[in-house]
Design a binder for this molecule. Sequence first.
Ligand SMILES: [Zn+2]
Length: 303
Amino acid sequence: MIRRHKGQTLILSYHRILPATHSEYKSMQPGMVVSEETFRNHMKWLTEYLDVIRLADLKMQRPQSSQPACVITLDDGWVDNYTYAYPILKEFDLPATIFLVSNMIDTNHYFWPEKLGLLLNNKTTKALLETQIKAKYDSDLSDYDGLIGLLKSEDDKSIIQFLDSVEKEAESSDNIFEKERQILNRKELIEMARSGLVDYGSHTENHIRLDKVSIKQSIHEITESKKCLETLLNTTISAFCYPNGSYTSEVVDAVANVYELACTTDSGWVNEKSNRHMLSRIMLHDDISNTRSLFWGRLLGFF
Ligand SMILES: [Zn+2]
């Protein structure tokens, strides 16, 4: 089956890598996480049939007879990429690219879906949130998935402002909750880069969906994140990844002006017909890839 993909490249997409026993493992949306054990298995299985290469070495056109290639990518820059994925990459000596959100580095900020989860986890903040949701949307929704759907109708900056205001209100009434850092810091990024195994790409400044804002704002997110990461990490950033996989043709043009290639969340293998700035990937999460047959079934496009 894999022979059908000779000369092609598969780009894998991961987000979080956590031990199955980790407190955050179960609270994450299933689509966001692969267990440490499954990730190790994936790395082992991959190398049996695929030639794992760096994203920077990706070629649309490879010799028809060559072994299929594979690129490993991780989106968002979660701190667990350093704690759990990086040791496994070192163990198997495999390269990977992490797509970073430049304004999140060296902060303890949360992405808004995780902040929503945090607010729902605490009785006082949950009550505050429900009151604000009622006032703003005239809605009685209070479950995680329902609220994600409701909030997603807004652009990301408005959602962040709204959830920040709920959090501030909670803090001013003395209900401050502890927040653990979720995103990689500069020290971890530098250490991984020095190993020669980990490269970085941009995932915008603020992880906003680029089809929801003006092209002017999109261009700002696309170009400023590159400048910021290049200064911070003293390297060239030539790859980009669209947050939420959202793009328009204008956004793709803007990305093509400053990056050599860009990844989407569209599903499939990369071949000579692929657009360098609209690269397909295969998304992986634990429940659909934790056995050998599920893993290969997913990679070969059976489901
Ligand atoms: Zn993302």
